[in-house]
Design a binder for this molecule. Sequence first.
Ligand SMILES: [Zn+2]
Ligand SMILES: [Zn+2]
Length: 288
Amino acid sequence: MQTEADSTLALFAKDDRLNWPTTLAIILVHVGAVAALFVCSWRMIAAAVFIYWVTTGLGISLGYHRLHTHRSYKVPRWLEYFFAICGSMTLEGGPISWVATHRVHHQNSDREGDPHSPHDGAWWAHIGWLLFGESKHKNTALMSKYAPDLAKDPFYVWLNNNHWVPLVVVTVLLYSVGGFPLMLWGSFFRLFFGWHATWLVNSATHMWGARRFATRDDSRNNWWVALLTFGEGWHNNHHAHPTSARHGLAWYEFDPSWLTLKLLKFLGIAKSIQVAKLPSTLPTQKAA
Ligand SMILES: [Zn+2]
Ligand SMILES: [Zn+2]
């Protein structure tokens, strides 16, 4: 009989065959990102930064990660949906698949069954798991087992099955407003940057940086990954306190998502915010 642990391992098992649809999408986005360099201007960079903040900052960091996966705070349903749509525009998968994958990462961090641990190689943790991992992450029914809370909601099921739709709509809009330059910067370069920034949380912050908390995994606090990802680089703090909406726990740990959440709280939109406190006697930080 297959146990639950067995089925989790099988879900993210390594596969020798290349996952072609994902690989082609990754190649296409990288080609578009290089093409963007030929039509560069400050206006285009500013547009890409803004869309990056909406999709990776609001969509992934505040949405998929701190809200949908860890439920570290509450917002009205319409804002939850908005964050999920923003998250889908990163082409990192639909909310059910992303949340399920990330919950399994927390369950098995740096042990067998972790979808993306540098124990299987830095390359594997960064991108290899997407190129060669089994493509079951796209199977909504299978992934729903790890995100039953989201799977109950028909909107999340629809978005999971059609996660590419908002991105296509926005890309067509960008093209109609600003032609090829805006499309290349607002979608292609922005996707390329967002992917590598997110993937660095899986690779770099499990290899390089300080460990404040003696967690059972290899997670680390990495300031430059935090700068690229709206605060997601304070990953050792996060593994020690997964349900804390605040990841940068010390005053010098810059956490833009936390600042955004404080603003949402001030406006009366975000409630029931869970926050981990720094222990009064800090264990000595051990550098990588
Ligand atoms: Zn981690
Ligand atoms: Zn997490």
